[in-house]
Design a protein around this ligand. Structure first.
Ligand code: NAD
Length: 486
């Protein structure tokens, strides 16, 4: 359904909104209704050249603005984001489908990135030591890199870009954001607000596009650093291409996160945590719990309580009050998720809840919460990222077996254990191969002042997202030794 209010989306280059004519476009739909919200233009390599040249010219001036003055823009930006948090959340829910409550929480998390980046005067500080040799003093300083690029996924269109540009800009870089072409409206409003905050033109730029735009950014000699968040195959490609070009790169990929439940876990609280983790944002989170590993006698009571809770879940348009789970991002993705469910059942898993019954019952791209029991490690539903509301259940006898299952995954983004035993939790957090680990926490999401990234096939690079790692990523370190002869 196309409505009269379909927006055309613009690029933001050199402080101006540009409506590029004659570019290929792609429809942006509301996944809860199928309504077309906007047409997004896809950048050409010429558009990328223009954005990079503009950003580089702006960088040459911006790097000389005092860091205490640079962060003043971010303080104003934070205030504007807070004033428009409701608008951002509404747009986010409309184009992504997650519930309004989730969208508001995401915007809040994004604002926290800005708050942390406002601390750049202290975060960028170096070290110094006098008299490292007779009369020689030594210090380290951090300097910006130049033009930095962010390529981001559809599932967190407000927060994930803010893992990047507030830190990059506060450190004195210029930035080009290429968000997911499926959700261009939220980042457009976020960028409009940084314009209003008074950021000098060219320091922040926004282009939309697909692989053509990404390739042009990856191969542009003036681009110094690339931050990517998205699926593992693309993360690998981005990492390899940008590193070959000699660029600094961090590429966060996909996930298959395990939730391990011990027999002594608190059933009611664990069930609530699992519901939020596996089915929150329709499972379209890189931190979503997607394999439930039940140890020993945990299985029956936990599954009974979980199923009872799943049956009470309200699925629908995320903009409606009381809805707990919205749709998937596109019809195509809903079809893919349905295919995963069918394959799991064909391979021998037992469906305790099958969300495919919602597919034809509702308009929009819905799949209900799905639980597939008695999975084995070699099954596709136990190995592959599904990125939908599908919880695979595996039963094991001991904590050691659970750890083997988790560490057998090629991914290593996040994992949690549910237990009342300190020693089991300690054993688990010490041995598990994952970048973000929770104890009695469904979604082990680090706050803005801690680093965020996984291990193994979930991350390619060295420096993680946000926290102190972001400061290191967006700056180059220099060591200066001085001696004065007078
Ligand atoms: P995606 O990989 O399809 O797209 C991410 C970005 O890459 C988009 O901007 C897209 O335009 C671009 N892109 C897509 N295909 C490309 C190609 N062939 N060449 C160059 N660029 C390309 O990911 P998505 O579907 O938007 O997001 C979901 C994925 O992101 C999931 O796998 C999820 O686990 C992952 N994710 C990971 C994290 C994390 O922190 N590790 C966070 C959020 C999402």
């Amino acid at each position: 359904m196309v409505t009269a209010s379909v927006k055309s989306v613009s690029f933001y280059i050199n402080g101006e909104w540009i409506k590029p004519a004659g570019r290929a476009t792609q429809a942006v739909t509301n996944p809860a209704t199928g309504e077309v919200l906007a047409e997004v233009p896809l950048a050409t390599s010429g558009d990328v050249d223009h954005a990079v040249e503009t950003a580089h010219a702006a960088y040459l001036k911006w790097r000389d603005v005092l860091v205490v003055d640079r962060v003043q823009v971010l303080y104003r930006y934070k205030t504007l984001l807070e004033a428009h948090a409701g608008d951002l959340a509404n747009i986010l829910t409309a184009e992504n489908g997650k519930t309004l409550e989730d969208s508001r929480a995401e915007v809040r998390r994004g604002i926290q990135m800005v708050e942390v980046a406002c601390g750049m005067p202290s975060l960028m500080m170096g070290d110094s030591l006098n008299d490292i040799a007779q009369g020689i003093d030594c210090k380290t300083i951090r300097q910006p890199l130049g033009v930095c690029v962010g390529i981001t996924p559809f599932n967190f269109p407000a927060m994930v870009p803010m893992w990047m540009y507030p830190f990059a800009i506060a450190a004195g870089n210029a930035f080009i954001l290429k968000p997911s072409e499926r959700v261009p409206l939220t980042p457009s409003l976020a960028v409009d607000l940084i314009h209003e905050a008074g950021l000098p033109k060219g320091v922040m730029n926004l282009i939309h596009g697909d692989r053509i735009a990404v390739d042009a950014l990856l191969h542009h000699p003036t681009v110094k650093a690339v931050s990517f968040v998205g699926s593992t195959p693309v993360a690998k490609y981005i990492y390899a291409s940008a590193a070959t070009e000699g660029k600094r790169v961090q590429a966060l990929g996909g996930a298959k996160n395990h939730l391990v439940v011990m027999p002594d876990a608190s059933i009611a609280k664990t069930v609530e945590a699992i519901i939020g983790s596996a089915f929150g944002a329709a499972g379209e989170r890189c931190l979503a719990g997607s394999v439930l590993v039940l140890v020993g006698e945990a299985a029956e009571p936990l599954l009974n309580a979980l199923l009872a809770r799943v049956r009470r879940m309200t699925v629908g348009d995320g903009s409606r009050t009381g809805v707990e789970m919205g749709p998937l991002i596109t019809a195509e993705h809903a079809g893919r998720v349905a295919g995963h469910i069918q394959r799991g059942i064909s391979e021998g898993a037992v469906p305790l809840a099958d969300g495919r019954n919602l597919r034809n019952a509702m308009s929009g791209y819905f799949i209900g919460p799905t639980i597939l029991d008695h999975a084995r490690p070699e099954m596709s539903i136990a190995c592959d990222e599904i990125f939908g509301p599908v919880l695979t259940v595996m039963r094991v006898g001991t904590l050691d077996e659970a750890i083997d299952v988790v560490n057998g995954s090629r991914f290593g983004n996040a994992s949690s254990i549910f237990t009342e035993s300190g020693s089991a939790a300690r054993e688990y957090t010490s041995k598990v191969e994952a970048g973000m680990v929770g104890v009695n926490i469904g979604v082990a999401a680090p706050m803005a002042f801690f680093p965020f990234a996984g291990w193994k096939q979930s991350f390619f690079g060295d420096l993680h997202a946000h926290g102190k790692d972001a400061v290191a990523f967006y700056t180059e370190q220099k060591v200066i030794m001085s001696r004065w002869f007078s």
